[in-house]
Design a protein around this ligand. Structure first.
Ligand SMILES: NC(=O)C1=CN([C@@H]2O[C@H](COP(=O)(O)OP(=O)(O)OC[C@H]3O[C@@H](n4cnc5c(N)ncnc54)[C@H](OP(=O)(O)O)[C@@H]3O)[C@@H](O)[C@H]2O)C=CC1
Ligand SMILES: CCCCCC/C=C/C(=O)O
Length: 485
């Protein structure tokens, strides 16, 4: 059993209350680590350390040096990607191959934003008034609070931390209590890279830790990834202090297959879009809209593919889906499938003996066919390997159904008609539209949602804007006093 510690300023520390939470491996069912359950005092102290480091060190550290440290961190992450991947998989049951790749991708993110750290500048602005000189500076917001979900701790952290550090902010991070160990380990790599004490702080524990972080007046930005309900709670909490918030929330992303698509590629893409990470992905393509001409073929091929998915040990090569991440998640998925089964037709055979897989929190991949876009299963996020297939006749109908959702995070379009690809991409209400591909991640491509999927963008050059504010400096170069009085 490993006992992880938090990082608060120069200290690697337990909770001041001495309380811990247990990390349970969803594949083995075994408790493998403890994490501190931070107290309100720990949170206050962490923000204080971050503020001190911002005021005395990090805001005075030039962009080139920030960039150098971030590149060093990326090298350390690359060298330790397997260890981080194994730890993350032990926490959330995702395939080690995927979590390791995500740790490597995180390294790419730190390098991408390292490239921006020494290229942050304002502008000189000509004014109406003669003898005046006006310029802007883009300055860091100060202390950024970064709150992440359990499904991809390293990747979600890099989406926030890389631009925050590049912009010159210090941070307090709170990972999900269901998957904190990789972030606590990551703190060691930040130290190894040589970041000054207090630049990176991490506190762990349950919702009370997040709540305490989002109401502290010393915070300059909150960036949150998680559920809509908690996103709303954070926005309400931040209203009292007017702390600006970035929200990356859930999705019910439409993946649209037209008759003219390369059907083999579309079926594989649709399967990867929903069964990758066991569907525990905000960008999961959970609503598959399929044009009538290819509907029966697509449903049959997808059901066969889903029934053939190999479940098992997430560390084993060849296994395609591990267990789901935690017991509440397991209960949520199984109850949503049970409810949906009353109305929707299951295209998958199902009926596997999941107990043969040991103590793991497994669920079977499910394909529902002929789903109504108005039904609960098509409207609510499952966050599991459950696909709702919905038929359509025309392009107009597909666009209308795709947009008839509270969410707007991601989407996919499968067609070989170039005009149609652009037409549909233009009209879908979502932060990301993939065409003839799905779930591809790139550091340069901005990511985020519209509607209840949240707001603000992560990744890409514009993400750094959330961690900067513009200061205007206006100088009277003449010796004449203002004439107003
Ligand atoms: N848009 C995106 O990029 C992504 C969105 N998601 C969404 O996240 C959800 C699943 O993740 P899950 O972790 O269950 O989501 P939650 O919203 O429950 O939790 C997310 C984080 O917020 C913390 N938290 C809980 N309550 C509060 C509060 N009142 N104030 C501040 N922080 C709080 C959680 O802590 P604790 O866990 O300790 O309770 C956790 O660290 C799904 O709905 C999914 O769509 C997931 C990944 C990516
Ligand atoms: C363009 C894809 C960006 C995804 C970033 C966050 C989601 C992670 C996940 O769902 O695993």
């Amino acid at each position: 059993m490993k006992h992880f510690k938090m990082t608060i300023g120069s200290r690697q520390t337990a909770s001041s209350s001495g309380e811990t939470l247990v990390a349970t491996n969803p594949y083995t069912g075994e408790d493998f680590a403890t994490i501190p359950n931070a107290s309100a005092e720990d949170v206050t102290e962490a923000i204080g350390e971050a503020k001190k480091a911002f005021d005395t060190v990090w805001s005075l550290t030039n962009g080139y040096e920030r960039s150098r440290l971030m590149n060093k961190l990326a090298d350390i992450l690359d060298a330790n990607a397997t260890e981080l991947g194994e730890l993350e998989s032990a926490d959330n049951g995702k395939l080690v191959a995927e979590t390791t790749n995500q740790a490597r991708f995180s390294a790419r993110m730190y390098r991408f934003y390292a490239g921006q750290a020494d290229k942050i500048f304002g502008s000189v602005i000509p004014l109406d008034r003669p003898g005046f000189f006006d310029y802007t500076r883009r300055v860091p917001v100060g202390v950024a609070v970064l709150i992440t979900a359990w499904n991809s701790p390293m990747q979600l952290l890099s989406n926030k931390l890389a631009p925050a550090l590049a912009a010159g902010n210090t941070v307090v991070v709170k990972p999900s209590e269901h998957a904190s160990t990789s972030t606590l380990k990551f703190a060691e790599y930040v130290r190894q890279a040589g970041f000054p004490e207090g630049v990176f702080n991490v506190v762990t524990g349950g919702p009370h830790v997040g709540e305490a972080l989002t109401t502290d007046r010393r915070v300059g930005r909150i960036s949150f990834t998680g559920s809509v309900q908690v996103g709303q709670a954070i926005q309400r909490a931040a209203a009292s202090t007017l702390i600006p918030v970035t929200l990356e929330l859930g999705g019910k992303s439409p993946n649209i297959i037209f008759d003219d698509a390369d059907i083999d590629a579309a079926v594989k893409g649709a399967a990867a879009g929903i069964f990758g990470a066991g569907g525990q992905s905000c960008i999961a393509g959970s609503r598959l809209l399929v044009q009538r001409g290819v509907y029966e073929r697509v449903v049959a091929e997808l059901a066969e593919l889903a029934d053939g998915i190999r479940l098992g040990n997430p560390a084993e090569v060849g296994v395609q889906m591990g267990p789901v991440a935690n017991r509440p998640q397991h209960e949520r998925i199984t109850s949503m499938v049970k409810d949906a089964s009353r109305d929707a037709v299951m295209a998958t055979k199902g009926g596997r003996d999941l107990s043969a897989l040991g103590n793991g929190l497994f669920v079977e991949p499910v394909v529902f066919r002929d789903v109504s876009n108005d039904s609960d299963i098509a409207r609510h996020e499952v966050f599991g390997p459950v696909l709702s297939v919905i038929p359509f006749e025309t392009e107009e109908e597909a666009i209308a159904m795709a947009n008839d959702s509270d969410f707007g995070l991601a989407s996919g379009v499968w067609t070989q008609n170039l005009g149609r690809a652009h037409r549909v991409a233009d009209r879908i209400e979502a932060g990301t539209v993939w065409v003839n591909t799905y779930r591809v991640s790139q550091a340069q491509a901005p990511f985020g949602g519209v509607k209840q999927s949240g707001y603000g963008r992560e990744r890409g050059v514009e993400a750094i804007d959330d961690y900067l504010t513009t200061k205007n400096i206006m100088i009277n170069l003449t010796n004449e006093p203002d004439k107003s009085f």
